[in-house]
Design a protein around this ligand. Structure first.
Ligand code: DQA
Length: 143
């Protein structure tokens, strides 16, 4: 099953970006982790990252048209982008919201997500393992 892993702003800098918060895994490592996890689970995983909101909106439209599940780490857009939320709301297959850090242990402005109430489920604080857990759930539950 085609499955998208979509990462938002600043996640391309994983590995060098605040390693005490986000760890030392690079985005290239994360791509490999997701693709290999997908292979083991029978999912055709495509990982993308963008710093441009309109590009993310377009990718969500593509996933909606393909009726494909999405693992979404929208980064900072999580907390305020109604455009990303409105695009994500068009998905018909499962949407798993992932955050590498435990956003609830961090600044107050990270505690609110404009995505969580339309997501199938939310994973936060498990580091990059959150992506593996999300893909596992999709493999077990998405039709
Ligand atoms: C993040 C948490 C967000 O608050 C932050 O803006 C990010 C990454 C995470 O994966 O922990 O860019 O989504």
């Amino acid at each position: 099953m085609k499955t998208f892993v979509l990462n938002g702003p600043n996640l391309g800098r994983l590995g060098t970006r605040e390693p005490s918060v986000y760890g030392s895994t690079t985005h290239d490592d994360l791509v490999r982790l997701c693709v290999e996890t997908g292979k083991d689970l029978g999912l055709d995983v495509e990982v993308r990252q963008t710093d441009h909101e309109g590009e993310m909106v377009g990718w969500l439209h593509e996933a909606a048209d393909a009726a494909a599940p999405v693992v979404l780490n929208a980064g900072a857009w999580t907390h305020y982008s109604i455009a990303v939320r409105d695009a994500a709301a068009q998905l018909t297959a499962p949407l798993v919201e992932v955050h590498i850090s435990n956003v609830h242990q961090r600044e107050q402005f990270r505690h609110h997500s404009v995505l969580s109430d339309i997501a199938t489920g939310v994973l936060a604080g498990f580091g990059v393992d959150g992506y593996r857990l999300a893909l596992r759930w999709i493999a077990d539950n998405a039709k």
